[in-house]
Ligand binder design. Structure first.
Ligand code: E4P
Ligand code: PEP
Length: 368
């Protein structure tokens, strides 16, 4: 004889045991965060910085759609873990960026949220002490304050967006955004990208597939309706118009690099088929360099050579660069000042010479 659901419920009730908990079985605690409004009121963007963000977004858009023949260069540490060192880097980068302003639109990479392959430090917002104390309110305040500090040097900033609700705390300061290789196929991240106010790049997937990034651009370019929260942190229904300023970032994949002329042409053909502008940003790091900062410099040189020889399929370059070359393990103890705690970065002197080469490459491309 088969039991109906009603019989099951009756039997469970008759046993008289404690009522089973069906919620929060694996949750240790839930505590409130400050609302985006609170943080924005504590640290307002202000008119001067807002005008830098707005004008640099326009410049990046124009480069990505081909009406401006410069290159966007996103350069900075793999992750920000020490706000003083990040500001120090910004102060040194700002005059270099100014010197190259006619050829390069330099945006400082300011990544506060790290997507992990399995587990690991998830960035300054998640665990600012790098000691598993997870003081997210402090992380949000630190992130916003260093973003404002970098804008005060005259540099625009670029971030990866990972947590679906974190952009509300910082996105007003951001000129360019990225969706990473591990989330490029995620509907939640595509919805988020459809609503942010800045140009945004989708990385190819970690297995090297480029089509998922193009699909990401198409989804983010479309109107979307989804779950979110409002500026007071209250659950909200969000309805977007779609973000027209999306592009693909080639970062290599498990099969190896994907920044050759042939790879760029193949990506351009797929983009054209999807009705999108046929140009890409090339990430010189990650799987394009095998995460070696030494190889990264060679990759950046090869990209510069392609641009110099007239390649118009490249509109942007990403570099992972900090004050000191290499990487170290994250942690609360003594760290080397200005060195990455995630992927290995090039030092600033190497970066400066690569920026010179990229600027010279744009000048030669113009002549062709
Ligand atoms: O950019 C940083 C890393 O490549 C990315 O966060 C993945 O790191 P992991 O494989 O060490 O977790
Ligand atoms: C995590 C990053 O890259 P990817 O998503 O390409 O691995 C990054 O740029 O920090």
């Amino acid at each position: 004889m088969s039991l109906s659901l009603g019989d099951d419920i009756q039997r469970a009730t008759q046993t008289g045991g404690p009522r089973a908990s069906t919620s929060d079985v694996h949750v240790r605690s839930i505590s409130p965060l400050p609302s985006p409004r609170e943080i924005l009121e504590e640290m307002p963007l202000g008119d001067e910085r807002a005008s830098l963000v707005a004008s640099s977004r326009d410049e990046v858009r124009a480069i990505l759609d081909g009406t401006d023949d410069r290159l966007v260069v996103v350069t900075g540490p793999c992750s920000v873990h020490d706000t003083e060192a990040a500001l120090d880097y910004a102060q040194r980068l700002a005059p270099i960026a100014h010197a190259h302003r006619d050829e390069l639109r330099i945006v400082m990479r300011m990544y506060f949220e790290k997507p992990r392959t399995t587990v690991g430090w998830k960035g300054l917002i998640n665990d600012p002490g790098m000691d598993e104390s997870y003081d997210i309110p402090r992380g949000l305040r630190l992130a916003r304050s260093v973003l404002l500090g970098v804008l005060d040097t005259g540099l625009p900033v670029g971030c990866e967006f990972l947590e679906p609700t974190s952009p509300q705390y910082i996105a007003d300061t951001v000129t360019w955004g990225a969706i990473g290789a591990r989330t490029t196929e995620s509907q939640v991240h595509r919805q988020l990208a459809s609503g942010v106010s800045m140009p945004i790049g989708f990385k190819n997937a970690t297995d090297g597939t480029v089509q998922v990034a193009i699909d990401g651009c198409r989804a983010a370019g479309s109107a979307q309706v989804f779950f979110g929260s409002d500026v007071d942190g209250k659950a909200a229904l969000v309805s977007t118009t779609g973000n027209p300023d999306t592009h693909v970032i080639l970062r290599g994949g498990r099969g190896g690099p994907n920044y050759s002329e042939a790879d760029i042409e193949a990506a351009a053909a797929l983009l054209a088929k999807a009705g999108l502008p046929a140009s890409v940003m090339v990430d010189a790091s990650h799987a394009n360099s095998g995460k070696s900062h030494i190889r990264q410099a060679e990759v950046a040189r090869e990209i510069a050579a392609m641009v110099a020889s007239g390649n118009r399929g490249i509109s942007g370059v990403m570099l992972e660069s900090f004050l000191v070359a290499g990487r170290q393990e994250p942690g609360p103890g003594t760290l080397v000042y200005g060195q990455s705690v995630t992927d290995a970065c090039m030092d600033l002197a190497t970066t400066e010479s690569l920026l010179d080469e990229l600027a010279a490459a744009v000048i030669s491309r113009r002549k062709q």
